[in-house]
Design a protein around this ligand. Structure first.
Ligand SMILES: NC(=O)c1ccc[n+]([C@@H]2O[C@H](COP(=O)([O-])OP(=O)(O)OC[C@H]3O[C@@H](n4cnc5c(N)ncnc54)[C@H](O)[C@@H]3O)[C@@H](O)[C@H]2O)c1
Length: 381
């Protein structure tokens, strides 16, 4: 099959920039796709960070510490941008105005105001494809949850719980970085970091949670800096949101939790949906396992657990007998972005990447959380 080449630039050559570049290196993993990304340019203010890219990717023609030079590169058609949150607004605006397609990282602006500026640029450049990175719904188990709901197998929804949990911050000796400072990560704290991942699937299912109340905690208030000296660690570590969703026919509760301090959890993303006809649970903690209960009036209530086969959104060379992992989800998500870019409405499969509107909704919710918490603090004092 002839593949349409999409020349990409990567801005931000850190943790996620490398993850993306590695995914392109195994594009041959995907079968039956009519596009292939090629990384043509990389940019990082720290040029040392680009060395890994030039060491491993022969396709790179441009290395720069100035993103405007990358945007001036006519060969670059699309950009993956993975930089600290305080830079999202300026960089995303400039990428969109340069008419480069953008796969940006969450939270898509450090706050609601920054996000609104990005939204406005998108409206002004309708031919630019803009999507937000959120790979976890590309796990086969998550896609099965999506299909289960869409096929109407849940019936009347009883309640929903979704979350994204990490645990490395349980260690108070873990050094501070930009993700633990309000100036670079934002006032949302863990919500800016983990929130869109948690909301992506509920929003895609058409469930817009309205905040009832929230609890935020800052459990570790100081961390060592690079010299070992204790400095303030101001960001919220954990957030639990009690929300309500109006389905049009009835309302149901939704609990969303984003935790950087969830003892023992390493990248645990989960969703649990209970319904009058069917209930379903999926967690990346046991990435092969899907739990389902089907119910008919008067019948027995028995949960079943199945090991999910490797059925990805885009067919891959991996046999169904094997299991799916984090780097597969990045590959699948990137494929969805290229699919939409190249095939438009005729995408090979229908699950597209998180949209700017979905990111904008996350800002609405997280701003409401901060307002709610601030109101309670003011009332107390
Ligand atoms: N999708 C996911 O699962 C996931 C996971 C982690 C982080 N993220 C998101 O990815 C983005 C980056 O996070 P990360 O973990 O890769 O961070 P990182 O700190 O590992 O990498 C960020 C890179 O940006 C570079 N940078 C800083 N300022 C820059 C500038 N002005 N111009 C160009 N480059 C600059 C840094 O030198 C660094 O190499 C954030 O938005 C974060 O929320 C997403």
């Amino acid at each position: 099959m002839t593949k349409r080449v999409v020349h990409f630039g990567i801005i931000g050559c850190g943790l996620m920039g490398r993850e993306f570049a590695s995914a392109v290196s195994r594009w041959c993993h995907l079968l039956d796709v009519n596009y292939i990304p090629v990384i043509t340019a990389v940019c990082d203010v720290n040029l040392d960070a680009t060395t890994w890219f030039t060491d491993h990717l022969a396709s790179i023609e441009q290395v720069t510490d100035n993103y405007r030079e990358l945007l001036d590169n006519k060969r670059v058609e699309a950009v993956y941008c993975a930089i600290p949150h305080h830079l999202h607004e300026q960089y995303y605006l400039d990428i969109i105005r340069a008419e480069k397609h953008l796969l940006g990282e969450k939270p898509f602006g450090i706050d609601k105001q920054a996000n609104q500026a990005i939204q406005q640029a998108i409206v002004e450049h309708p031919h630019v494809l803009v999507r937000c990175s959120s790979e976890l719904p590309f796990y086969p188990g998550a896609l099965k949850v999506y299909d289960f709901v869409k096929e109407g197998l849940v019936g009347k929804v009883i309640d929903v719980e979704a979350g994204f949990w990490h645990s490395s911050d349980l260690n108070p000796l873990k050094p501070i970085n930009w993700k633990r400072k309000v100036s670079t990560n934002g006032a949302y704290g863990c919500m800016g970091d983990l929130g869109l991942h948690t909301l992506h699937l509920p929003l895609r299912l058409g469930w817009k949670p309205r905040l009832l109340s929230a609890s935020l905690s800052n459990l570790v208030e100081e961390r060592p800096d690079h010299t070992g000296q204790a400095v303030p660690c101001e960001t919220w570590d954990n957030a639990t949101l009690l929300c309500e969703v109006d389905s049009g026919q009835h309302t149901f509760p939704m609990v969303l939790s984003m935790k950087r301090i969830a003892p023992g959890h390493a990248n645990t993303w989960f969703i649990r949906i209970n319904g009058m006809l069917g209930s379903i649970e999926y967690s990346t903690q046991n990435p092969k396992q899907l739990k389902i209960m089907r119910y008919t009036a008067g019948g027995r209530q028995v949960w079943g657990t199945e090991d999910i086969e490797y059925h990805s959104a885009y067919t891959a060379i991996t046999g169904n007998i094997f299991e799916f992992g984090f780097s597969d989800s990045i590959l699948q998500m990137w494929s969805a972005f290229c699919d939409e870019l190249v095939n438009g409405a005729d995408m090979i499969q229908p699950f597209y990447c998180a949209t700017p509107d979905e990111a904008a909704y996350s800002h609405e919710l997280f701003t409401a959380v901060l307002d709610d918490v601030q109101n309670r603090i003011s009332t107390r004092s």
